[in-house]
Design a protein around this ligand. Structure first.
Ligand code: 0X9
Ligand code: ZN
Length: 318
């Protein structure tokens, strides 16, 4: 039976191992944790999430992880964070854990994730076949209904790695995200979408660099807080930040743009974890704990700055 002790974060775990570990967490912390089902994948797998809540009335933080199948560091980091939130005795971590409601989906693209473990380590997309091509899968981070397919921010070629799909929300995994997040959006102050690699914090917009969100200055101040905290941490790791289209490339229909534009979640980032390209997606397991420690430090600073700037107030009346 899997447990927190042998889960280890010394290697990358399979979906079955992650789910067994989640079951163990739910059994050990029945008052603080609650499992939720986001929905069902194309191949029929249950997409699972974990809510951590120490008290009612906390601002909500949603963590979407492993939407891209090959980005294994994201689910390794998300599970490490869950473990810290539940077990750490560090007072700073305790405050962080206990003063937010956490909704964490360690593996969103479950079919693709299994495929990377069993068939093709470099698979990125979903696993739903195309009706017009022999190529399989859609880039789930181009499939949200927010400026879908605009400005060359996604490809209409089913064989492309950034194929946006036949229509927005064609992928059941992304429709499930939309249904679930839509149902709790009043409780969510922050959306964090975990990706790798490049060490970046990317704010909206992804579909254009001609326009910027009205709170862009705040989004940059919050991103700077993350970057400064991580750089000051012993490993000295540098994160750059900017709008996604501004410092990376146009990408339309991505999670953090949809959360910002369509769900009214004003603090919304894509975080690209380690490294900057030496290993890329095939990041050695020795990086798991250092990367996750940096994420913890960075998210702590990010949420502190959000609070200072007034973004963690309740959005609904109890
Ligand atoms: O291209 C992507 O989907 C992300 N990079 S990755 O290498 N992990 O595939 C970046 C998306 C950033 N763009 C937006 N958030 N719009
Ligand atoms: Zn990605």
């Amino acid at each position: 039976r899997a447990s927190s002790d042998d889960f280890g974060w010394k290697k990358y775990n399979s979906l079955a191992e992650i789910e067994a570990w989640l079951d163990d967490i739910l059994a050990r912390y029945p008052v603080i944790t609650e499992g939720f089902v986001l929905g069902t994948s194309y191949e029929g797998r249950t997409i699972r999430g974990l809510k951590i809540s120490y008290k009612s009335g906390n601002p909500g933080v949603f963590i979407e992880s492993n939407i891209h199948a090959r980005e294994w560091i994201t689910s390794a980091t998300a599970t490490w964070l869950i473990n810290q939130f539940l077990t750490s005795e560090d007072p700073l971590v305790r405050t962080l854990a206990e003063s937010h409601d956490w909704y964490i989906v360690p593996v969103l693209n479950v079919d693709g994730f299994v495929y990377t473990h069993e068939k093709d380590r470099m698979w990125r997309k979903t696993r739903q076949p195309s009706e017009i091509s022999a190529c399989v899968g859609v880039d789930p981070n181009r499939n949200y209904d927010s400026h879908w397919m605009e400005n060359g921010g996604a490809s209409s070629n089913p064989c492309a790695e950034d194929y946006g799909g036949p229509h927005a929300f064609s992928e059941p995994e992304i429709q499930a995200m939309s249904d679930f997040v839509g149902s709790i959006k009043e409780k969510l102050n922050v959306m964090l979408a975990f990706h790798s690699y490049s060490q970046l914090l990317l704010s909206p917009y992804g579909h254009t660099k001609e326009e910027y969100p009205e709170n862009f200055d705040d989004l940059m101040e919050v991103a700077k807080a993350y970057g400064d905290a991580v750089e000051a941490f012993p490993y000295g790791t540098v994160y750059r930040y900017g709008s996604a289209a501004g410092i990376l490339y146009p990408a339309s229909g991505a999670t953090n743009d949809w959360a910002y534009n369509e769900q009214g979640i004003e603090i919304s980032y894509t975080i690209e974890f380690r490294d900057t390209g030496r290993y890329g997606f095939i990041l050695p397991p020795a990086h798991i704990v250092p990367n996750a420690e940096e994420a913890l430090i960075g998210i702590t600073a990010l949420l502190d700055k959000c609070k200072t700037l007034g973004y963690l107030e309740l959005k609904y009346n109890l």
